[in-house]
Ligand binder design. Structure first.
Ligand SMILES: Cc1ncc(COP(=O)(O)O)c(C=O)c1O
Length: 398
């Protein structure tokens, strides 16, 4: 029998004694509340009337013609806040309120989860504090401003590489100190049990809707579903309702600058099992087992680990994990903008890049669903400065 909180041999609850009680309380409260009619009704109200669900499943004519198959995008970019993250933050904020918690804390990389937590905190009336690496604060200034505008306090984290891993360390430390009145609203399917399960359940709305929508549009399920993988929440949200169906499932990790250690964020491809942030999962490590440094053009995929359920799905072969390199991601960012008039988040552009790279695998009648996890407004400054550098280089070569 599967052990609670484990996905095969992955997952678990590797935390200091001081956090155990908070995690048991969270597990018990979630189990009690998630099936309750009144909780579901409250969450459904916020998702529908406030966040804008259901999100469309858009058939992309131009991209389909170009890639030689039938491409649909699941439009999480059209959620309020601009990304899939709000599905989870609304769920957890309402849960925290039912648990009598007075305050929310969160970690964030790209800032989208921080923004989504600030939104959920504002609408449920809970104050929010967000931990964010100072490198990410710099590359995602717009999202720092949005969080502050909605009343959240942002704590820049200077330790380590000043990115998502370090922000998560700080948030966990603060949770251990203040869990009596504070809920740690974790942003992906990572961390100790029961977080991976809670986040997956709240994000599964993506796949559940996709299934209904594609059956209506095409009368059958897709041949393949593709999503980017940081911690893996938009991917597991899309994949989970399809796990028992004959649908190819593909997660796309950050290939970064290349395959050398330190140049990417592809934990499944280049990692091995280890413990980080309270769970056993695939992690990028150096030869001594220390957490390795990572790089990705997208802050949201710049993380050395992946959710434990993904580790199991990789080992069992049920989900395939590929990578997209930074330069391919920039091209995909431009490609979707030009072809379909949709500017994707750099994270989501990894999934687009993978579809472009694998176009020769698809037949004309193949149906391919890609999760567009977020919109690219937050990334236009990054991409425009890369494009300006490219122009300067081209001028120098003339
Ligand atoms: C738009 C977007 N997509 C994807 C991700 C990666 O997270 P996950 O793998 O949990 O979906 C992020 C993280 O910040 C994000 O902002």
């Amino acid at each position: 029998m599967a052990k609670a909180g484990y996905y095969g041999s992955y997952g678990g609850r590797f935390v200091p004694e001081t956090l155990m009680e908070a995690l048991y309380e969270l597990e018990k409260s979630y189990q009690a509340i998630c099936g309750e009619e009144s909780f579901r009704r409250e969450l459904d109200f916020y998702l529908k009337e406030y966040a804008g669900r259901e999100t469309p499943l858009t058939f992309c004519r131009n991209m389909s013609e170009d890639l030689g198959c039938r491409i649909y995008l699941k439009r999480e970019d059209l959620m309020h806040g601009g990304a899939h993250k709000l599905n989870n933050t609304l769920g957890q904020a309402i849960l925290a309120k039912h648990m009598g918690k007075k305050r929310l804390i969160a970690e964030t990389g790209a800032g989208q989860h921080g923004v989504a937590t600030a939104i959920a905190g504002a609408v449920t009336g809970l104050p929010v504090e967000v931990y964010m690496g100072s490198t990410d604060c710099e590359r995602q200034k717009l999202n720092v401003f949005r969080m502050e505008l909605m009343g959240a306090k942002v704590h820049p984290v200077e330790s380590g590489t000043a990115t998502l891993k370090d922000a998560t360390n700080e948030a966990l430390r603060e949770y251990a100190a203040s869990s009596a009145d504070t809920h740690y609203l974790i942003g992906s399917v990572v961390g100790p049990h029961p977080f991976p399960e809670i986040v997956r359940d709240f994000q599964s709305v993506i796949g559940t809707e996709t299934k209904e929508q594609i059956l209506k549009a095409e009368g059958r399920l897709p041949d393949e579903a593709i999503a980017c993988v940081g911690g893996g929440s938009n991917a597991i949200g899309l994949f989970h309702p399809f796990l028992k169906n004959d649908v190819r499932l593909t997660g796309v990790e950050a290939g970064g600058r290349g395959d050398a250690p330190g140049d990417n964020g592809a934990s499944v491809r280049f990692g091995r099992p280890g413990v980080l942030h309270g769970a056993l999962s695939y992690l990028i490590q150096d030869e001594c087992g220390q957490i390795g440094t990572t790089h990705s053009i997208s802050a949201g995929l710049d993380y050395p680990g992946v959710g434990p359920e993904h580790s199991m799905l990789n080992d069992s072969g049920r989900v395939s994990y590929g990578i997209a390199y930074d330069d391919e991601v920039i091209n995909a960012f431009r490609y979707l903008s030009v072809k379909e008039g949709i500017i994707p988040a750099l994270e989501s552009a990894h999934a687009i890049a993978y579809a472009i790279n694998n176009a020769d695998r698809f037949d004309r009648d193949d149906i391919v669903v890609i999760c567009l996890s977020g919109r690219g407004d937050k990334d236009v400054a990054t991409v425009s400065s890369i494009m300006a550098d490219e122009k300067t280089e081209a001028l120098k070569e003339r």
